[in-house]
Structure formats: structure tokens, C-alpha cells
Design a protein around this ligand. Structure first.
Ligand SMILES: N[C@@H](CCC(=O)N[C@@H](CS)C(=O)NCC(=O)O)C(=O)O
Length: 339
């Protein structure tokens, strides 16, 4: 692996096509090894979480499974590397993972200074606060002097500093590298407040001894557009990541689901035909077969199916679509067309 690191990082820094030591692109490398190595969280219900058998599920996991379906026609051709927030970017830069799909916020510095590219947004989030109900607090503006638990290496740490300073409120930060340490510390009463992405609060609340004793305050203090990340300098792989996500969103918009995708193959709708590869050669243009998006929807589902199965109202997280609804249903989810 170490042989690969130098050309990859140098390639990105120099703005030339990143290749491995053997001269292979990430797509070639992935095809040769037969699977995608996907960087995920160390366990965040709804997003990327292993069960007792080590099977990973979640919205972020589905993105990697969908990329595997696009490349191999097989959503199981993926291996997962659990990464802390602090470790995640190095793991991607070094080539230890092929893609990072780990509730990672798209920011300017991450997108421009780390040799990385964000391939889109698979969940629009924002940072929130959770407190014990018996603290009697109803607004984040009542948190002056609070001790605040969070993760190191996150946007969360930076936003919380901005928020408390902007409101002239003193606070004490209690930060840990591992998310479970944060949950444990908050659960044990070592801090008054737990702050992270709102989705993370709903997910981590499930791990508390008495989830019902805690409330998420209504204030959202930041924009946290979460999405998959790849290395700069490898446009071919960037396209695969970008268009996998776009295919899932477009499939929802066009009413193509894992249940009806076979029937949809004979649809007369030109947008459906282009998506499913019955017209045009859009898959070939990105180094895949023309049924790449058919394989995504057939094996993993469209964005709505993935959202509902992992984080939606009928899951323990119980999150409504809100801003993550499609653009034509009042939300922000908008994918460029396949044409
Ligand atoms: N979106 C923020 C925060 C991401 C983050 O690491 N959040 C923690 C708290 S929800 C987490 O993922 N924990 C799960 C884990 O580390 O396994 C970022 O990109 O910096």
C-alpha cells in the first residue's frame, strides 16, 4: 500500500491525473481487486452501522453498495473500513479507502486543501444540541456556562466555538476522538450538552440509557451538507461516485424503484430510458456498462427507498424527509439529468 501513497498524493497536489504506482486509476484498481473499499463511521445508526455479524447498513453504506452495483452489478462487492472523524481524510488520501461515505460535511477547506473532492450531498444536515430534559433548558441561548461533549476532528468543534463566542456565552468543551466515548461521557453526566449533526443526535440518542430523558433543542446552528468524498485528480472515479448518487436521486424523481425497475425497462419515458440504459450509452461514457443505474436501483433502490429504510419515519431514527425531500416536493434534493 505504501508504494501507492506517494503517486496518489503527489498527483493530487500537482493537479495531474492520480494513478496508483502501477499506473492504474481507482476504477481500474477497484475492478482488478473485485471490490470497493469504503470508509465509514465506527457505528452511527441509520448512516453506517454494523450488526452483530458485522453486516453494515445505512444511508452512507447504501451509497457504497450502490457504487459497487454500478461497477460490478453486485452491491455486495464492497468492504467497509470504520474510521473516526480524525482518521477519515488521511485514510482516503493514502489510498487505504477508495471512497469516504461517512457523514462528512462538505466545506471549502476540505474540498480544496486536502486533495479531495466531494461528489455531492446525500443528506442535508445542520448542527444541533441535545440536553437532559431535567436541565429545564428550551433554547440553546440558555446554555451559557455549559459543558459540551463532542467529537474531535469535526466541523462540530469549530461551529460550537463560533456559536458560544458569537453569543458571548462561556462554555467548556469536552472532546473525544471516538463517538462512543462522547455518548458514554454525556450519558454519564460528564457534560450538560451533546452537540453534533442533528441526524447524529437522533442516531446517538438511541444508545443512551434512557433516550426518552433527552431532548434535541430546536436551534440548528450550521449548514452540514453531508456527502461522499473521493481523491482529487481522478475524474473517472469522481464521475462514478457523483453519478451513482445522481442516479439514486433521479430514479426517485422518475418513480423507478427496486420493485418496478424491470417493468420500467420497457418504459417509453425518454428520461427513464436514458437512466436505465435502454437508450444511449451513458454508462460506457463513465467506464461502466450501460445498465449501471439499473443495477443500482435493482440491488440497492432509489434515494427514497434508502432514506426510508435507514433513517425515515418508520425507523428508530424517525427522521422526516424535510429538506432532504426532492426539489419538486419542497426539499433540496436535485440531481442533474442523465442526457
Ligand atoms: N459532519 C461532521 C461531524 C461528523 C462526525 O464525525 N460526527 C460524529 C458524531 S455523530 C460521528 O460520526 N460519530 C460516529 C462515529 O465516529 O462512528 C463532520 O464532517 O465533521
Amino acid at each position: 500500500m505504501s508504494k501507492k501513497i506517494l503517486p496518489l498524493v503527489l498527483g493530487a497536489a500537482m493537479g495531474v491525473a492520480a494513478t496508483t504506482a502501477a499506473g492504474a486509476t481507482t476504477l481500474e484498481d477497484v475492478k482488478a481487486k473485485g471490490f470497493i473499499q469504503c470508509g465509514v463511521s465506527q457505528g452511527l445508526p441509520g448512516f453506517s452501522n454494523p450488526d452483530a455479524q458485522g453486516n453494515w447498513t445505512g444511508l452512507d453504506v447504501d451509497l457504497c453498495r450502490a457504487m459497487a452495483a454500478a461497477v460490478f452489478g453486485d452491491a455486495s462487492a464492497v468492504k467497509f473500513t470504520p474510521l473516526s472523524a480524525k482518521e477519515r481524510f488521511t485514510a482516503l488520501q493514502s489510498g487505504e479507502v477508495d471512497v469516504l461515505s461517512r457523514n462528512t460535511t462538505w466545506t471549502m477547506s476540505r474540498d480544496t486543501q486536502l486533495g479531495l473532492n466531494f461528489a455531492g450531498v446525500n443528506y442535508y444536515d445542520g448542527q444541533g444540541f441535545m440536553v437532559r430534559k431535567d436541565l429545564g433548558v428550551t433554547s440553546a441561548l440558555e446554555l451559557s456556562g455549559a459543558s459540551v461533549c463532542t467529537n474531535t476532528g469535526t466541523t462540530t468543534e469549530l461551529n460550537v466555538a463560533d456559536f458560544f463566542r458569537a453569543n458571548n456565552m462561556p462554555y467548556e468543551i469536552v472532546a473525544f476522538e471516538k463517538a462512543d466515548e462522547v455518548v458514554g461521557a454525556y450519558d454519564a453526566g460528564r457534560c450538560d450538552v451533546y452537540t453534533t449533526d442533528a441526524s447524529g443526535l437522533y442516531a446517538q440518542r438511541l444508545k443512551l440509557t434512557n433516550p426518552g430523558d433527552h431532548i434535541v433543542l430546536s436551534e440548528i446552528i450550521s449548514k452540514e451538507p453531508l456527502g461522499p468524498v473521493v481523491r482529487q485528480g481522478d475524474d473517472e472515479w469522481f464521475n462514478v461516485a457523483k453519478w451513482t448518487l445522481n442516479a439514486m436521486i433521479n430514479a426517485e424523481e422518475l418513480g423507478v424503484t427496486s420493485a418496478n425497475v424491470d417493468e420500467m425497462k420497457s418504459s417509453d419515458n425518454p428520461s427513464v430510458k436514458r437512466l436505465l440504459g435502454t437508450e444511449g450509452a451513458f454508462g460506457e461514457a463513465i467506464g461502466l456498462s450501460n445498465d449501471w443505474a439499473y443495477n443500482i436501483v435493482k440491488n440497492v433502490g432509489n434515494y427514497e427507498e434508502s432514506f426510508n429504510a435507514n433513517v425515515g419515519p418508520d425507523t428508530p431514527l424517525g427522521i422526516s424527509r424535510g429538506v432532504n425531500a426532492l426539489w419538486n416536493k419542497g426539499g433540496f434534493m436535485y440531481a442533474p439529468p442523465v442526457r
